[in-house]
Design a protein around this ligand. Structure first.
Ligand SMILES: Cc1cc2nc3c(=O)[nH]c(=O)nc-3n(C[C@H](O)[C@H](O)[C@H](O)COP(=O)(O)O)c2cc1C
Length: 166
């Protein structure tokens, strides 16, 4: 799958909206991810309003790309009624990676901005969206048409692979 190999974190975007069909396709890809016991604990907030994007970009010193993006998707985990709450972050990671790869397929650029488990960032999002305690903010993904390209960088390192024993 080419998108795995050419995906890059894209932090600069053109001043161009992202079609709602593409946003929906990104969400479909995220929800297609594997999850513990197939619990599918994810929920999403799609943010397009410029003022709200600007507030969201104050989430951390490393969240500036949100300010330039056409849209940002806030990845959330719902702790209620799940069989394996201890796996929430792994489930959300799989959904996030799916979304990033789908973005490449749609000629979009995106970057994973970490939120959980950093308490301060989680609290910022809880307050900004007035979230109930059952919801865990996991990550924010700003998305737009890329100013920088997705391109292949070889990261294969033989020394990290162990056959049969360490
Ligand atoms: C858990 C996690 C948190 C991250 N948080 C940030 C972030 O806050 N800001 C940012 O610009 N990039 C963030 N990134 C993106 C990484 O910096 C990026 O994936 C890494 O430098 C490798 O580059 P690549 O994505 O182009 O392969 C995060 C990535 C992960 C997986």
């Amino acid at each position: 799958m080419d998108s795995i190999f050419i995906r890059r974190s894209v932090r600069k975007y053109l001043n161009q909206p992202v079609e709602s069909e593409k946003v929906e396709q990104l969400l479909k890809a995220a929800m297609q991810a594997p999850s513990a016991g197939n619990q599918q604990p994810w929920e999403f907030i799609v943010v397009q309003d410029k003022k709200l994007l600007s507030k969201l970009s104050l989430l951390s010193p490393y969240a500036g790309p949100i300010n330039e993006a056409a849209v940002a998707i806030v990845m959330l985990g719902n702790k209620e009624n799940v069989k394996f709450p201890e796996y929430l972050q792994q489930d959300l990671s799989a959904a996030t990676q799916n979304l990033l790869l789908q973005a490449v397929e749609l000629d979009l650029g995106a970057v994973w901005l970490g939120v959980a488990p950093i308490e301060e960032r989680m609290k910022y999002i809880m307050e900004l969206f007035d979230l109930p305690e059952s919801i865990m903010p996991f990550a924010v993904i700003p998305i737009g048409y890329p100013e920088t390209e997705n391109k292949y960088i070889d990261r294969y390192e033989k020394v990290k692979v162990h056959y049969g024993r360490y």
